[in-house]
Write a protein that binds this ligand. Sequence first.
Ligand SMILES: *Cc1c(COP(=O)(O)O)cnc(C)c1O
Length: 416
Amino acid sequence: MRGGPLLNGRANATGALTEMTSNTAKFRPATRLVHGGVQRSQHGETSEAIFLTSGFVYDNAEQAEATFTGAVQHYQYSRFGNPTVAMLEQRLAEIEGADVCCATATGMAAVNAALLSHLKCGDRMVASRALFGSCHWIVSTLLPRYGIATEFVDGGDLDQWRAALSRPANLVLLETPSNPMLEMVDLRAVSDLAHAAGAIVVVDNVFATPLLQQPLTFGADVVVYSCTKHIDGQGRVLGGAVLGGEKWMNEVLRPFIRNTGPTLSAFNAWLLLKGMETLALRVDAASRAAAAIADFLAIQPGVSRVWYPTRADHPQHDLAVAQMSAGGTLVTFEVAGGKAGAFAVMNGFGLIAISNNLGDSKSLATHPATTTHMRIGEDERARLGITDGVIRLSVGLEDVEDLKEDLAGALSKLRA
Ligand SMILES: *Cc1c(COP(=O)(O)O)cnc(C)c1O
């Protein structure tokens, strides 16, 4: 696995990158997370090189001309392609089982590019109501300015999807499991309905990670990530990615990315490559800890309810175990006493930090009603089940017994 010469794998995903794909295709995911996409320079470095360069030089004018006509593969400009970014894109594509990946500067840049590259004035979208806050803003505030209308449905209710998709549509956007209530959407059923209505399906797969759920295998067309979350996983950098089939990615998404420039920096791509090397270890450990914590919380006094996708009491447990190989790193629970109760518990944490971020090696707790979901208003929160007592916990890599002790200590404040 020496990797081929450093060619422009982005503009033209043939040649060297195809060879590399076949080199790592026989390996299992944990191996591909370490070796996928590696392109070594002439120096034979062990760790992926960081190509912090905005531009590239040509041997002669003829080579520059041939690069621009597409006759030869050569990097042109880092907004179009960069060797370090290309390594990340190839590794992510292999893990997702997608033809092509385009990395972006943030998760929101990925969502925005997927929507705006595909939609035009007069188009119609259908989206699950439980969307990440900024996704909700794009759909409900930005897109209507360009004449793109959206019908929202309760993601777990197939009848609502069926009704909304009984009319022609252009794009379906959904998150599963959703933030913060961990509601599941039936990817296979919704993809079939969407395709019959003429729509492509874009899945925000952040909560599941590429390891626990592969939306493309259930019929989705495009997967988007905030790499800021589990893919970096150590709270260092922002990043995003769009993955999909060769035709859509190269003809629809790539021209939008190349010309509008939500490009990922080579340095951040390198950190994400390093994050991917440990992704399987981290997600597996945090997901096992989260499942144990969900079971622990369910029997604590003061906890009125726990949501965790693979727990038997999750309302969509059967769908969760059919779609996901494990429940993920997030646990949502409701404490007694509403906002005052939730604040007492949050302020009672010693080890667990208060943050609106997630997917970090450090465990982080969020009170959605007063932070991430403050702006959507009380009625919409009630509709989504986000009560004032709800706390979202992103489980990190600490010893699970220390986390349980911290939770028990914080919950004891409810009785103080
Ligand atoms: C964080 C997040 C995003 C946005 O990603 P950024 O990297 O912060 O831009 C989108 N969707 C979900 C589900 C997220 O958790």
